[in-house]
Design a protein around this ligand. Structure first.
Ligand SMILES: C[S@@+](CC[C@H](N)C(=O)[O-])C[C@H]1O[C@@H](n2cnc3c(N)ncnc32)[C@H](O)[C@@H]1O
Length: 266
């Protein structure tokens, strides 16, 4: 990572470069879907994940074939959800901080002849979109990369049409409580507080290691900010499920992610 990029000075710029680097390293969250998956989606056989290991129930989605549905994939590029939803018949815009992640969606769009609008920016500022623009927002587990989630919910609610849904993947903050290295060995030693921030909670060696490896910096938000924040933004929680990610040892004891469906009140 460039020595000029200090995550403490500009977390959005730092995490943009970190995600661009993850694309170059073929990180799993940057790998586009296959042509076979797109073909299945064209035949109405599709599913998307916003958290690992449990897909979003199909009944949470409108019928993309019955009418024109405008979908925003919020902080959701990488060539996964956006092309599947476009192939399923939705009119899709994908918004993300990382040009390299957005390029993965463009790659699938070009390869498959799909129309997907791309926009680059910070999820806390959706000012490029008008009020009441979208019928649906899908937001994969990505607000763990911003220090404050409340502006994200406010902006999402603003750009949703009345009655629109916001489906969000959320990291259960419990995963940030424990010492990382011990947790990898199956030992759970509480050593951090929630809200959690990589900026303030890591030792200087851990910070340097993350920086040297071009890893994004993460944040663990309270459930009050994650769920209450959506309600305060004018949304009603109309669906919720939990899921595990078996790569995280704590998921043997408690689900490590939460998915919410929130509906914009009229
Ligand atoms: C785990 S990936 C999620 C996308 C992926 N399609 C998936 O299924 O999980 C996290 C995404 O959040 C994006 N991101 C991180 N910080 C962001 C910010 N401040 N604003 C917008 N996007 C951001 C990253 O560039 C990355 O594409």
């Amino acid at each position: 990572m460039s020595p000029n990029l200090d995550p403490a000075d500009d977390i959005v710029a730092y995490n943009r470069a970190a995600w661009d680097s993850l694309v170059r390293k073929n990180d799993r969250w940057t790998l586009p879907v296959s042509s076979e998956e797109i073909q299945r989606a064209r035949n109405d056989d599709w599913r998307i994940f916003l958290v690992p290991e449990k897909p979003i129930p199909r009944e949470w989605f409108p019928d993309f074939r019955a009418s024109s549905i405008k979908v925003l994939c919020l902080a959701g590029s990488g060539g996964q959800q956006a092309p599947i939803l476009a192939a399923a018949g939705a009119s899709v815009t994908v918004f993300d901080n990382s040009p390299a992640q957005l390029a993965q969606d463009q790659l699938v769009a070009d390869r498959e002849g799909l129309a997907i609008d791309l926009a680059q920016g910070d999820m806390a500022d959706l000012s490029i979109f008008e009020n009441d623009s979208f019928d649906l927002i899908v937001h994969p587990c990505s607000n763990c990369f911003v220090p404050n989630v409340l502006p994200v919910w406010k902006e999402a609610a603003r750009v949703m049409k009345p009655g629109a849904n916001l489906i969000s993947g959320i990291v259960n903050p419990i995963v940030y409580l424990f010492d990382d290295q011990l947790m990898d060995k199956g030992e759970f030693k509480v050593c951090h507080k929630i809200p959690y921030s990589d900026l303030t909670s890591l030792s200087s060696e851990q910070r340097q290691a993350r920086f040297d490896d071009d890893q994004p910096f993460c944040f663990g938000h309270t459930l009050e900010d994650q769920v209450g924040g959506q309600i305060d933004a004018g949304l009603a929680i109309t669906g919720l499920f939990e899921a595990c990610w078996s790569e995280w040892p704590i998921s043997e004891y408690i689900p490590t992610s939460i998915v919410t469906k929130a509906t914009k009140l009229n």
